[in-house]
Design a binder for this molecule. Structure first.
Ligand SMILES: *Cc1c(COP(=O)(O)O)cnc(C)c1O
Length: 393
């Protein structure tokens, strides 16, 4: 996950171009955030209530889905969806869920946390998303669900995925943590559909570094399925559908009204904000040119990819050296992600990788995320690109 100034290069520098300055991200909203915070303080309502409900309505409208349930964070959103499907009898413990091998570990933890079995499938070297051509061969009689992750903001959805999901009657849970506001063209359907409304349910994260960030942890579940939404809402509130009546052995995973108020301010600017990310990505795309660097596939429209991260792949001998030199030249970078989930110690004994996952492992060795958010201008992105081109290494 991205933290501000999370350089691992060790240089005690304050770089001209920080990787992500969260105070700068929120500065343009400061007055409206303060006003919203005052409204909550004065309301006397600090759990649930109108603030949360108004946020849920705005989010459902933005994504174009029937129901939105505000929850504590993106990981809980994923866990709650899977847990609800187990409670509803749509999944059984031990069922397999196809997940991309290349993702933030929360995608996979949510599956194993619900007593389901994550089956990682390798990445597509072009999109860095789940390679949908490999899904068919990962299916077994126990496969019941699939989790497309719209990694780095790029929609992960195509005819192959749609066909497999429909013909095998798989439940589709989107990990939309990095892709709020993204849209995809869907074969056989007219128009485009927003990420978060492509499957049976979707999880969104409002972690502060995400495209729409709260001032703390926050998340949401999106679905057109009212029964699922009600089950998620109950499980997230001690399993209780009404006061002192507990249907499930639930948890406390509610969204705080104070964060809902912050998010109502920030949701109103998501299109503008994503467009600014696209413009920066275009500047990188036009200017970066080095033989030892692979640029990410450029998106055709402003919405195919909402550029949560702009991730280049460095194919030279030492990524650490490349990043250190860049930092010395004033450009801080980050790595998403240095170790894939299936190679993390927590999964060592489970042998998740049934087949080799070479693309994922090579992305994890090569990935370098460039600054893409906050106060960064298009001119800054072009300047960073020129620094990269001129770097002697
Ligand atoms: C951030 C993220 C999550 C988890 O969201 P939190 O709100 O941090 O719990 C899950 N999946 C992906 C792909 C993410 O980037």
């Amino acid at each position: 996950m991205t933290m501000s100034n999370s350089s691992t290069c060790g240089a005690e520098l304050s770089p001209r171009y920080p990787f992500l300055d969260l105070a700068a991200v929120n500065a343009p909203y400061a007055a409206r955030l303060a006003e919203a915070a005052c409204r909550v303080i004065e309301s006397g309502r600090y759990i649930g209530g109108e603030e949360v409900e108004a946020f849920e309505r705005s989010l459902a409208e933005l994504v174009g889905t029937e129901c939105a349930v505000g929850v504590s964070n993106g990981y809980d959103a994923l866990r709650l969806i899977l847990r609800a499907w187990v409670e509803m009898g749509r999944l059984q413990p031990g069922d397999e869920v196809i997940v991309p091998a290349h993702t933030f570990i929360a995608s996979m933890l949510a599956v194993s946390d619900a007593s389901l079995v994550p089956v990682p499938v390798d990445a597509d070297p072009l999109t860095m998303n789940l390679n949908t051509a490999l899904v068919e061969s990962a299916l077994t009689p126990r496969t019941r669900a699939i989790m497309p992750v719209h990694l780095y903001g790029r929609v992960c959805w195509d005819d192959t995925l749609a066909y497999i999901a429909a013909s095998r009657r798989l439940l589709v849970v989107e990990d939309c943590a990095q892709a709020i506001g993204a849209r995809a063209a869907v074969a056989g359907l007219s128009g485009s559909f927003r990420a978060g409304a492509l499957g049976h349910a979707a999880a969104i994260s409002f972690y502060p570094t995400k495209n729409v960030g709260a001032l703390g942890d926050a998340g949401a579940v999106l679905t057109a399925d009212r029964e699922l939404a009600a089950t998620v809402r109950a499980i997230a509130n001690y399993g209780s559908d009404r006061r002192y009546h507990n249907l499930y052995e639930g948890a406390n995973c509610r969204l705080d009204p104070i964060q809902a108020a912050m998010l109502r301010v920030k949701l109103s600017c998501v299109a503008e904000d994503n467009a600014a990310r696209f413009a920066r990505a275009m500047a990188y795309e036009r200017t970066i040119g080095r033989r030892d660097l692979i640029r990410p596939m450029m998106s055709e429209s402003v919405t195919d990819c909402v550029w949560h991260q702009y991730v280049v792949r460095y194919t030279g001998p030492s990524r650490d050296l490349f990043r250190r030199r860049l930092l010395e030249a004033g450009v801080d970078t980050d790595v998403h992600y240095p170790v894939p989930p299936h190679l993390q110690p927590c999964y060592a004994r489970r042998h998740l990788a049934r087949t080799p996952l070479p693309v994922t492992e090579s992305i994890c060795r090569q990935a370098v995320s460039l600054p893409i958010a906050g106060a960064l201008t298009v001119a800054d992105a072009a300047a960073i690109a020129r620094i990269i081109n001129d770097l002697e290494i």
